[in-house]
Design a protein around this ligand. Structure first.
Ligand code: BTN
Length: 236
């Protein structure tokens, strides 16, 4: 069912590929529509943050997914698993996932995912930013210690942006078709937080994996809590 990548709209510069993909979705674009850009002028991340990347250095893409009503809850998790698969196929890296869907290599963020849309209308846009050729000094100063790219993590085997995009579109197609249990198992095998001390807006505790809806389980002095959304930070 999930052939992704057609039609494809590539723009040399755009505010945000997610914004364009959502506009196309509202105008009736088909499942699989792909929007890519060389540069974004107002790229957006989770929790209202900005997403920046030097022109031509990163995969900047949004794909429209329709007809996934019952699988919507694990869509953000499936996307993270697909990003890991594509990065590992095209470069010499091992990826882990920080709940819910940040992709990390050696404790640094390689890629971020922003899923938006209208589940009640049966569609979502999956936006992915994946740093490919970014040099250390090209990251904003505040991200220099926490971000990475495939060029930095895999200097001996650095793919091109187009090579990673092709792998990613194929892996996303496969993982969006996978069973929910398969997605959960693959995600759990890459869980970067399990057993680690974490803090979130409501408290602190020890991350204990995810439940079958994708919520993060945290052991606290008051018992196990399930976090459905938001941001958690590693304490140590
Ligand atoms: C995050 O980690 O906060 C999510 C970042 C998502 C960034 C991508 S880049 C392509 C797409 N367009 C956007 O404006 N955001 C997503």
């Amino acid at each position: 069912m999930t052939r992704l990548g057609l039609p494809r709209l590539h723009l040399s510069s755009i505010d945000s590929t997610n914004e364009r993909a959502k506009a196309l979705a509202r105008a009736g674009a088909p499942h699989g529509t792909l929007v890519t850009a060389t540069e974004q002028t107002a790229g957006r991340g989770r929790q209202g943050r900005a997403w920046t990347a030097p022109p031509g250095s990163a995969v900047l893409m949004s794909v429209l997914v329709r007809g996934l009503e019952e699988r919507h809850a694990v869509l953000p998790l499936a996307a993270a698993v697909a990003v890991c698969a594509a990065a590992e196929r095209t470069a010499s890296v091992e990826c882990a996932i920080k709940w819910p869907n940040d992709v990390w290599v050696q404790g640094r963020k390689l890629a971020g995912i922003l899923v938006e849309g209208r589940p009640q209308e049966g569609w979502a846009t999956v936006g992915i930013g994946l740093n490919v050729t970014t040099a250390a000094e090209a990251f904003p100063a505040e991200l220099r210690e926490t971000a990475t790219s495939l060029a930095l993590s895999s200097p001996e085997r650095t793919p091109t942006v187009d090579g990673v995009l092709a792998a990613l579109v194929a892996d996303l197609g496969a993982w969006l078709d996978a069973d929910r249990d398969e997605v959960l198992a693959a995600w759990r095998s890459r869980d970067a937080l399990r057993g680690r001390s974490v803090r979130w807006k409501g408290g602190e505790g020890r991350a204990a994996g995810i439940d079958d809806t994708g919520a993060l389980l945290v052991e606290t002095s008051a018992g196990v809590q399930a976090l459905e959304a938001g941001e958690v930070h590693l304490l140590r």
